[in-house]
Ligand binder design. Structure first.
Ligand SMILES: C[S@@+](CC[C@H](N)C(=O)[O-])C[C@H]1O[C@@H](n2cnc3c(N)ncnc32)[C@H](O)[C@@H]1O
Length: 269
């Protein structure tokens, strides 16, 4: 396991409730498009990798698919098991999952490749688990960051707090978080007919909900916030409120632009 994997694994150990309140609703946006890209329908043997609280698994089950789901974090797997009783849910981590080669017709990973130390090895594993002619479909967050994802960084900068250095992907394992970069990653893993498209949308949230996710024990944001005195955290939150103001909707919540890259490919027959 790489240093980055160990860091990520630790990050996802807690925070299931905070994730469900905030980031799960954000990650849900491309889920239907992901299932369509993988051709998931009635009877499709489907694996949802990094299922989180089970959003994609639930939608696949609603389409009549035979759903298996795994997550590296036991707390997430437990939450998915509760929310998708029709799915077989277990604990498992990329890049080595406990299934035979070619077990599934469709293998999905919604915003999971951002969290693995060797993305090429992870995609190779997704392809291994898919039968010849089956489909692999994934999403990632693009870089440069869309406005929603950039909001905390701007708030931190606005109050003059020094960003913390977090473990990064080793340069030799990294790839550009762009249409071309993701196309290359899936192609290197041997997938054919790879398509990648960018989805843009406005995520509706309140600053209270967004803050709950940032401050709730998940990811880089929580590491940064956990290291700040209460007064500094209050200033960062106030800056977040100010920066979110231009996105305020008439209903009182915020509609903040964000984006994802959705990629799919076929395992050669
Ligand atoms: C951003 S969340 C996405 C969750 C879910 N796919 C969704 O759309 O709501 C990333 C998930 O990947 C899981 N994860 C992180 N590293 C993983 C790995 N190496 N193998 C499997 N799951 C992993 C985390 O525990 C977390 O549940």
């Amino acid at each position: 396991m790489t240093v980055f994997d160990s860091y990520e694994r630790e990050q996802w150990r807690g925070g299931t409730a905070a994730f469900a309140r905030t980031f799960a609703t954000l990650c849900a946006h491309p889920a239907d498009a992901l299932l369509a890209a993988a051709g998931v329908a009635g009877g499709t043997r489907t694996l949802d990798v990094g299922t989180g609280t089970g959003t994609v698994a639930a939608l696949a089950a609603a389409r009549g698919a035979a759903v298996t789901a795994v997550d590296a974090a036991p707390g997430m797997a437990a939450a998915a098991r509760r929310s998708v009783p029709a799915a077989a849910v277990g604990v498992g981590a990329l890049p080595a999952l406990p299934f035979r080669t070619g077990t599934f017709d469709a293998v999905l990973a919604n915003f999971v490749l951002n969290h693995v130390g060797v993305p090429a090895a992870a995609v190779t594993e997704l392809a291994r688990l898919t039968r010849p002619g089956g489909r692999v479909a994934v999403t990632i967050w693009p870089y440069p960051q869309p406005p929603l994802q950039a909001l905390l960084g701007k708030a931190v900068q606005a109050v003059g707090v020094q960003p913390v250095e977090l473990p990064r992907l080793a340069a030799e394992h990294d790839f550009p978080r762009t249409v071309a970069g993701l196309t290359g990653l899936l192609s290197v893993a041997g997938l054919t007919g790879v398509t990648v498209r960018r989805l843009d949308w406005r995520h509706r949230t309140t600053v209270a909900d967004w803050w709950a996710g940032l401050d709730g024990g998940i990811g880089a944001a929580s590491v940064l916030l956990a290291g700040q005195p209460a007064a500094t955290r209050d200033r960062i939150r106030a800056a977040l409120e100010r920066l979110a103001e231009p996105y305020r909707s008439p209903a009182g919540d915020c509609a903040i632009p964000t984006a994802a890259l959705l990629a799919a490919g076929t395992v050669p027959a």
